[in-house]
Design a protein around this ligand. Structure first.
Ligand code: SF4
Length: 508
């Protein structure tokens, strides 16, 4: 069969996959509701796979959602090409709200009812986790038997123990036992849940476990440097929901990197503010001494260290991102970013002088209180950056996305700008920068609205997601209309102070 061959080829092309004997441990599926290519650049998948397979009493295989030839067979595991229904529990890792839309087709392809209430003991338990579900699981809560709120390493020991001990009990008894695990939200037994996280990251090294060329960072060893953030940008979910700021020790990072050196010659350093690691320059030096080339995503505008930029350039980093976030110092102050336009220009100059030749500026539009003048100021700032970048032959681009007021952030009660308004601001920006040599890449405003609805929604969205006949904007609108809802019910609403929010059930 085509899919059988494709999965065998996929496994054969990997290094590090664990094909375990099904005679022993409790079989668990690590499921990612998106393609293999996307999933294998997600360190959460690698971390979960390692944690489970490091335990004799458990066994984990990976399942992805590829919508081409593989989907015709249903969702099968890579390791032994088994269907989801062969596993005791499915552990979904979901980082992006738009992946919520893939849950119903994936469960249906496996021959499973989409809603938890329609499944019985003959079906595996469906358990979710990951950033999007931690922030607000409610739009898809009726599909899950349980959802982990917070970091997997903090929840898995008790969760897996509960799964093992209840394997022969009724579904209701299993759910009651899971609801007693700290950090686990069982939608059919609703109660407030407090987020769990680990204190000492060194106890749980996180890096690429399975190497494949068929993913975006396939030529690199990905390694998590830190979690959380020590800053408090008012729009940011990391500041609100993934704190405290923690980092791995230099020794543990270098040990981990040394072990993976035989597989890859470049290392990608992962973390929301990786460069804030207190020994970041030493880490970069150490990695270069191990023979690694380096890859780093974004740097804060201020402070930006010449020493770190120099190390990155020596490590072969060709491109970086810095985020002005907004066009004026006033608007930046309002969102919790305290740097000036001159600071942005200074950062561009430093990056250019270090010899890094590609720079992406990242910003948002539709921020609370933003006016057209702020958007024009963003274009003017990009032009100043361009003039500075030209001095060092740096190629400059500008990525812009729509601001989404995320749950748990200080902006959670505010409405999102509507889609035509965001499009108009994207246009304003694009026209102001046309022909100036700054490549502008703008988000799709309509999809940003879908993402906002999914991140701010509640259980009323579950039938909308379940009945979606096609994952497209037209399909989404049809399904909303059939349910008697509008996206604006979730995106355009301004919540009064003290008014209960759908996601209040999650205590960060
Ligand atoms: S935007 Fe960046 S610096 Fe600000 S809180 Fe979020 S992760 Fe930290």
């Amino acid at each position: 069969m085509v899919w059988d061959r494709a999965l065998k080829d996929r496994l054969a092309a990997e290094t590090g996959a664990r094909v375990r004997d099904w005679g022993g441990g409790l079989p668990l599926a690590v499921v990612y509701a998106n393609s293999y290519r996307v999933a294998m650049s997600n360190l959460g998948v690698h971390a979960l796979y390692k944690w489970l397979n490091d335990r004799e009493n458990l066994l984990a295989e990976r399942v992805f959602w590829d919508t081409d030839r593989l989907s015709t067979s249903g969702a099968l595991s890579v390791e032994s090409r088994r269907p989801l229904t062969d596993f005791s529990a499915l552990l979904f890792s979901i980082s992006w709200e738009l992946d919520f839309l893939n849950l119903p087709p994936m469960l249906r392809a496996a021959g499973m009812p989409v809603y938890s209430k329609d499944r019985d003991e003959s079906q595996p338990l469906v358990i979710g986790g990951g950033a999007a579900l931690t922030a607000n699981p409610l739009p898809v809560a009726p599909f899950f038997d349980a959802v982990c709120i917070g970091e997997a390493e903090a929840i898995l020991p008790q969760l897996c123990q509960a799964l093992e001990q209840t394997v022969s009990l009724s579904r209701q008894e299993q759910l009651e036992r899971l609801a007693a695990v700290p950090g686990v939200f069982v939608p059919s037994i609703p109660a407030e849940v407090k987020r769990r996280y680990v204190q000492d990251l060194d106890l749980f090294p996180v890096g690429t476990q399975v190497f494949t060329g068929d993913t975006e960072f396939g030529d690199m060893f990905m390694m998590e440097v830190q979690r959380g953030c020590r800053f408090s940008c008012r729009f940011c979910l990391v500041a609100a929901a993934f704190c405290p700021f923690r980092w791995r020790s230099l020794d543990s990072l270098l040990d981990q990197a040394a072990g993976a050196r035989k597989y890859r010659g470049r290392v990608a350093l992962v973390g929301p503010v990786a460069a804030e690691h207190p020994r970041f320059a030493d880490l970069l030096r150490g990695l270069r001494e191990l023979g690694y080339g380096l890859s780093a995503g974004s740097m804060r505008v201020k402070p930006i260290s010449d020493e770190i930029l120099d190390e990155l350039a020596k490590g072969g980093v060709k491109s970086l991102t810095v985020a002005p976030e907004a066009g004026t110092p006033e608007l930046r102050r309002a969102i919790g970013k305290g740097f000036s336009d001159d600071d942005v220009i200074a950062a561009v100059g430093k990056i250019g002088r270090a010899g890094i030749r590609q720079l992406t500026l990242y910003s948002m539009v539709g921020l609370p209180g933003e006016t057209d003048a702020d958007v024009r100021a963003l274009a003017a700032l990009a032009l100043r950056c361009k003039a500075e970048a030209d001095r060092y032959a740096v190629v400059l681009s500008l990525n812009v996305s729509a601001f989404v007021p995320k749950p748990h952030t200080p902006f959670e009660r505010l409405p999102m700008a509507d889609s035509p308004d965001i499009d108009r601001r994207f246009d304003l920006l694009e026209r102001a920068l046309q022909g100036c040599g700054v490549k502008v890449k703008a988000d799709n405003a309509a999809w940003a609205q879908v993402q906002a609805a999914l991140s701010r929604g509640d259980e009323k969205l579950a039938p909308v997601i379940e009945k979606l006949d096609k994952i497209s904007l037209a399909g989404w609108r049809r399904s909303l209309k059939a349910a008697g809802l509008s996206a604006a019910d979730f995106t355009a609403r301004r919540y009064a102070p003290g008014e209960t929010l759908a996601w209040d059930v999650i205590k960060m």
